[in-house]
Design a protein around this ligand. Structure first.
Ligand SMILES: [Zn+2]
Length: 497
């Protein structure tokens, strides 16, 4: 029997969110609970467990899983110490093992550690030595660092954006690990860093030009020598020294092919990168456009600068304030994080009138509290299932507050808003509103784009603004596009074997 460790540590952060993340923001499982929770789950561990379960000579050694409930700010130092300590201790008790699979993200950052995943990998090698095959999977928003690549044997990366291939990525990683263990394969990795940070619709893999690069990588993976191939666009909000885009190709002992193909992917990506930005509309113009089409169908006002799934604080009231200031008279639906207002709403009870300020409590440098007086219409524990995958989400205690024609969904903690689950769970159908504030850079098209009268990407302040120059990067290596002008690129591949 081959004894294979599975473990997970998964979080995406925005360095520009002033609120630190904490241990409590993770769902943690240990030992056999890792198998119980992830068998049949549509995540990376679920995919890997299904492959290992079908192999008749594999004993899965479950150790530790920590996955953040949603994205957030930089992880506080004591909390990363606790998380990483638990992760490594769980490995230490695993006994003798033959292979390792870690589901990681790649866009974490802790207060005193810019490369948490690299740290976990380096420490894992101290436990098991350099010879045990170690395969990891990463999000394509990850930043695969030199340290990560040095301390693992192979990396498998998502091929979809919006991400719908968590399970398949876990399957691919598990198959790669098994082929290394049993087929005597010797992974060699080549990465090519590309000095570009990108956003926008061109990244949607089904329809955008980024998709053509990914499909080229997938074609490469069909070649017998190529074990994995993919592209990382990095997370532009994780301000760490190695932040940029990267191509990555893993071959079976063939550095020439890995070099050629990684360079090819990088050049192909670079050719398209100029269009990979978001045309943004300033707030006043967006409100004028919404006014012009009032009564002709729903307008989606996309406030991706405050996207909780990308790590923003979620307490922006900028778009609604602008609508009110311009006398917008339509019905508006908007999500916002404000734990104090939720507390007040619970104290007041359903049907009560609440006078309070709303928003701007977490990121007060960017957002100003808005004076409101409204009716508490509904209170909930904030537990519901995601629309996309049906997994459990939690916005904490949540209140529906109706302020004139604005229906606020006020949550006490950030929750992902890349689908409509928060709205539906609280009795709100976006189709019944004239304007909906959508705090996500992308949603699957049937959720809004297919039926909305108009979708407007607004240039608002926020910790995840697509207006990247507005954010104030301090750590990432320069020059990098679009933070700098006319950034030259010549492929400088790095080989890891
Ligand atoms: Zn991602």
């Amino acid at each position: 029997m081959k004894r294979i460790i599975v473990a997970q540590c998964h979080q995406e952060i925005s360095s520009f969110n002033p609120i630190l993340s904490h241990y409590e923001d993770f769902k943690v499982e240990t030992g056999s609970a890792v198998i119980e929770q992830h068998t049949n789950a549509r995540d990376e561990l679920g995919g890997a467990l299904s492959v290992f379960g079908q192999a008749n000579n594999v004993e899965v050694v479950p150790t530790y899983s920590a996955r953040s409930l949603t994205s957030g700010g930089v992880l506080a130092a004591p909390d990363f110490e606790q998380l990483s300590g638990e992760f490594i201790n769980a490995l230490r008790s695993a006994g003798s093992i033959d292979g390792i699979y870690f589901a990681l993200h790649g866009a974490m950052c802790a207060e005193q550690e810019d490369d948490p995943e690299g740290y976990l990998l380096e420490e894992s090698r101290k436990v098991f030595g350099d010879d045990v095959p170690l395969v990891i999977s990463l999000d394509l928003h990850g930043v695969p660092t030199k340290r990560m690549l040095r301390y693992c044997d192979a990396v498998v990366v998502y091929h979809t954006y919006p991400h719908v291939d968590f399970f398949e990525t876990g399957e691919r990683a598990a198959k790669l690990l098994l082929s290394t263990l049993e087929g005597g394969r010797h992974p060699i990795m080549v990465r090519v860093p590309i000095p570009a940070l990108v956003r926008g619709d061109e990244l949607i893999t089904e329809t955008g030009s980024f998709g053509s690069v990914i499909r080229t990588a997938q074609e490469m993976e069909k070649q017998p020598q190529v074990l994995a191939a993919g592209m990382f666009i990095g997370n532009p909000f994780t301000d760490v020294p190695e932040l940029r885009s990267n191509s990555l190709v893993v071959t079976d002992g063939d550095s020439a092919i890995a070099l050629e193909q990684a360079i090819h992917l990088a050049e192909m990506f670079y050719e398209h990168h100029g269009k990979m930005q978001v045309p943004l509309t300033d707030v006043d113009k967006a409100v004028s456009m919404a006014l012009d089409i009032l009564g002709q169908g729903t307008v989606a006002l996309v406030d991706a600068a405050d996207a909780t799934s990308s790590g923003a604080s979620g307490d922006s009231n900028v778009v609604v304030r602008a609508l009110i200031d311009k006398g917008y008279s339509g019905r508006v639906l908007a999500p916002i994080v404000d734990p104090t207002v939720v507390e007040k709403a619970f104290a007041a009870g359903v049907g009560a009138t609440l006078q309070t300020t709303l928003g701007g409590s977490l990121d007060p440098k960017r957002f100003t509290p808005l004076e409101v007086e409204g009716c508490v219409r509904l209170l909930s524990d904030g537990k519901f299932s995601s629309e996309t995958f049906g997994d459990s989400w939690c916005s904490g205690p949540t209140a529906i507050l109706e302020v004139a024609k604005v229906t606020w969904v006020v949550t006490s903690r950030p929750v992902s808003l890349f689908d409509r689950a928060l709205f539906y769970a609280h009795g709100q159908d976006p189709k019944r509103f004239d304007a909906v504030v959508v705090k996500s850079p992308h949603c699957e098209s049937h959720m809004f784009a297919d039926w909305c009268r108009q979708v407007i990407n607004i240039d608002t302040p926020g910790a995840t603004s697509a207006n990247l120059r507005r954010l104030g990067h301090v750590k990432c290596a320069r020059p990098v596009s679009p933070l700098d002008e006319d950034v030259p690129f010549s492929p400088q591949p790095e080989v890891y074997e």
